[in-house]
Design a protein around this ligand. Sequence first.
Ligand code: IPE
Ligand code: IPE
Ligand code: MG
Length: 247
Amino acid sequence: MYDSLKKSEQPTIPKHIAIIMDGNGRWAKRQGKLRTFGHKAGVGSLRETIETCATYGIEVLTVFAFSSENWHRPTKEVDVLMSLFMATLKSQAKRLHKNNIRLRVIGDRSKFSNNLQSKIKEVEFLTSENTGLLLMIAANYGGQWDMQQAAEKMLKKSVIDGVSVSEFELRDFLSTAGTPDPDLFIRTGGEKRISNFLLWQLAYSELYFTDTLWPDFNKEALDLAIMSFSTRQRRFGQTGEQVNEGV
Ligand code: IPE
Ligand code: IPE
Ligand code: MG
């Protein structure tokens, strides 16, 4: 990435990047095309982003592909999004596997067609032993749903084990269990909101908003976000002095 930079100028690479891939519809509309044209173009940006993250040695990439609220869109658009998800899983499975990438889909998948559910399972299984980038695709995902299902699971376990819920940590029941919280959150498309993405997990993420529409997002745009992340001082409640002294 930063081949042209001196060693001392190399950016800090986040362990976990979470992205709201927004702006596909507007990108298409600007060209007088149907919104769905933008979704198709967005797949290319996703591919480039995945491969760049894998090359940079990023551990986890979580992308918001379809929110629990996106069902409220016109049926035709929802249908295209579902077909696109299926087609992309089919066409990219081998490539993901070849690149040592592990896929995990987070969200309530029970609303998807049986075919799509089996395809998701199949690609997750195919890539389950891979040791490179963990790609988490948030599909029919909502941050509120995630906390709700986590609380239910935690309560159930406490009853089964006969111990108090306070023995458990909610984070271990979230759909992202086992992964570090995102260091860097990116939202393309200009809006400055979370839109029910990872509500719990974003507690201490560095937030980065760009007007770039998702289909225009590429390696250079990702580099800018990482550069911005690199300039931030993460204090986690401490003072700047404490952080500098490494207390
Ligand atoms: C993001 O792009 C993709 C999904 C939500 C599935 P949008 O479709 O929201 O694009 P805009 O925000 O309308 O431009
Ligand atoms: C968030 O984008 C969801 C995804 C990118 C999948 P939206 O376009 O649905 O968000 P709002 O409705 O503008 O908040
Ligand atoms: Mg949008």
